[in-house]
Design a binder for this molecule. Structure first.
Ligand SMILES: [Zn+2]
Length: 134
């Protein structure tokens, strides 16, 4: 046994537990529930990103093919990727250009990213393609 050796005091700093890794931007899920992609459950956006555009959060629009979409407006959608060129054709928000927005994980079409002439942008996401927290 080596028990007779006097233990060497360790420097103070080494006795402190290491700080937990910083979880930047991570919020408790119950406080900031994510809105998920219905296809793959990828976190797409959050309740706090809901905004009103042209006086409402929810809008019901038909595309040129007559397909009706109910969308909600979100200031940000970190789980979405914008794809394709920006277009001004048939824009539901006058003056805004749009791009298709897909789930960044499974590429399901979730809605559109809109860009206003003033430089602001937001997402209009198809609500029945998302799982909203209850
Ligand atoms: Zn997905």
């Amino acid at each position: 046994m080596q028990g007779l050796r006097k233990p060497v005091a360790r420097p103070q700093a080494e006795r402190e537990p290491p700080p937990a890794p910083a979880a930047a931007g991570e919020q408790p899920r119950q406080a900031e529930p994510w809105i998920l992609c219905r296809e793959c459950l990828h976190p797409v956006t959050r309740d706090r990103e809901r905004i009103s555009v042209a006086g409402a959060h929810r809008h019901t629009f038909a595309n040129p093919h007559g397909i009706v979409f109910e969308i909600g407006c979100f200031s940000r959608a970190p789980g979405c990727a914008r794809v394709g060129p920006a277009s001004a054709e048939f824009s539901w928000f006058p003056g805004c250009t749009w791009q298709v927005a897909v789930c960044a994980a499974c590429l399901a079409h979730l809605g559109w990213g809109f860009q206003s002439p003033g430089g602001g942008n937001f997402f209009g996401l198809i609500l029945d393609r998302l799982i909203e927290p209850t």
